[in-house]
Design a protein around this ligand. Structure first.
Ligand SMILES: [Zn+2]
Length: 148
């Protein structure tokens, strides 16, 4: 039975059982710990190994040479993405506004129905054509017989 070790990834710091096939295993096998190990290895290598540093610089340079439009295309893709997102948000907003409006109309109808059966005094104003003749107004009393 292998002795348990503490994972060197400070974010993990859990006890793990090293694989017998891996000598001096210092990180557990979780994905983020494997990544931390790689990162640490890379950092050390960059600090200590000039050839590695140079090779990496060359590789990056070559990559840029091979993909000169990468950042331009990346920005264009981002722009499309932002635009598309904005459109979708607008559509969602419109939909929500419509729902709000529908709710408001439904509520208004409901309160009108409730008010319509309210017993009370009302001002009755005759409408002639499009004109409202206020002078002919009279007070009427409405008494609800059934509240529904
Ligand atoms: Zn770990």
């Amino acid at each position: 039975m292998q002795k348990r070790k503490r994972c060197r990834n400070k974010d993990c710091d859990e006890l793990f059982t090293p694989c017998p096939q891996v000598p001096n295993q210092e990180y557990c096998s979780k994905k983020e710990c494997r990544q931390a190990r790689k990162k640490e290895w890379n950092r050390k290598k960059l600090a200590e190994d000039e050839d590695y540093r140079e090779a990496r610089k060359d590789a990056q340079k070559n990559w840029r040479k091979k993909n000169p439009d990468y950042w331009k295309q990346y920005r264009a893709r981002q722009k499309d993405y932002v635009q598309k997102n904005r459109q979708q948000q607008r559509a969602r907003n419109r939909k929500r506004q419509q729902v709000d409006l529908d709710n408001l109309i439904a509520k208004t109808d409901e309160s009108l129905v409730k008010k319509a059966v309210l017993t009370g005094r009302y001002r009755l104003i005759p409408v002639r054509g499009d004109m409202i003749a206020k002078t002919d107004e009279s007070i009427v009393e409405i008494i609800a017989i059934s509240t529904g």
